[in-house]
Ligand binder design. Sequence first.
Ligand code: GAP
Length: 462
Amino acid sequence: MPAPDLETVVSLAKRRGFVFPSAEIYGGFANSYDYGPLGIELKRNIREAWWRSMVRERDDVVGLDAALITNPQVWVGSGHVANFTDPLVDCKKCQRRFRADHLAEGTYGEIVRDANGAIVCPFDGGELTEPRQFNMMFRTQVGPVADDSSVAYLPPETAQGIFVNFDNVAQSMRRKLPFGIAQTRVSFRNEITPGRFIFRTLEFEQMEMEYFCLPPKDRDNPTEYLELHRQWITERLNWYINVVGIAPERLRLRDHEKDELSHYSAGTTDIEYLFPWGWGELEGIAARTDFDLSSHAALSGKPLTYFDEETNEHVVPWVIEPAAGLSRTLAVTLLECYTEEPDEKGETRVVLKFRPNIAPIKVAVLPLSKNEALRPTARRVYDLIRPLWMSQYDETQSIGRRYRRQDEIGTPLCVTVDFQTVGEKGEPGDDAVTIRERDSQAQVRVPISGLLEALRERLPGA
Ligand code: GAP
């Protein structure tokens, strides 16, 4: 199925409690969104899936949770104070401000040029100022006095908390190279380009891992290091396909050109997704060399090295960094799983085809109607399921409409309690329920005594 248009998914996300425009009652706030009850479940599940494959299922990666607001020297050492900048231009007519690189990529819509071929304001054709560099970090103040000595920064990436803790983790966990440190955190960037939904926001969650290895024998020809980079690219691409469930044809790899590399990177490959507006970055896998550990060691005066027992030398490890955006993966998951198909009446059925591990609600318990006779058994079934899987109980509206609602929020299984379950007109019930599968709409009857086992079989990884 072709990708849905963005508006359709944004509208469903709001209507069904995934993502809301932030502070909507005050007119919203550019590039900020709030996550609703289903959005936070979806986000947790994606984060959990990442953590499981990056940390729990490996024996060479450990976790970390570093402070967000920390010593501002961290951002001097990392190079962000000096280099984390983007080129900004202003329209001389309407005073609108743009990122020059985004203008040239067509992010603001059609690229408009004057008679000489120079890019002009896409809104009113006004001439643009020369680009000037603008630092994307948010500054804040720590303590009651607002002066230069109290400046602190909101982190624009999670990575630096990992680098400054390299020695603490290596020593406390008695780690030998190669090993990784993983972290999922919120990051902040002063983004001025109007975002496309949650693709680009002021605050967003990242899932980052720094994988430390021995420095290459030949710095100018680091074959083992480049091989490790390649392995992580494959590993991460497979995660999106096999764990999140993204179709391979809507994913591609793109190597950064030399002039677009971040200040810390010797080479970066992006995993890109085919968004409704074209290819866009989902994750960057960067070869950060020893840039960060060396810079922090130089500025702090504290060595950030590893003792290589083979060579009897202290060396500065090199790093491969797979850096994924959690909020962006959530946007991709919604776009990817959105499906419209005809139902048995020829009407359109909207389904979010989440994998069971990602779906916010795994099971919905739906008594056939609001009839009092059904409720005690339906509640008993719900009580049985609730401790094991995120589930919902719903008895309002017709059963058909409730199935449609669960399809729209991507619930893989519905369990229906009917009069055959509880019995009627003095006849005993069979104490069995119907499991209805979201994608096939197939229904199967199972005894309540075997229900948990039947659900477990149908919810792999959930
Ligand atoms: N530590 C490396 C780093 O931060 P990045 O490519 O700037 O690299 C990694 O960011 C990922 O974070 C991106 O691939 C993207 O998924 C996500 N990301 C970056 N800026 C974002 C923003 N403003 N809004 C949402 N996600 C963002």
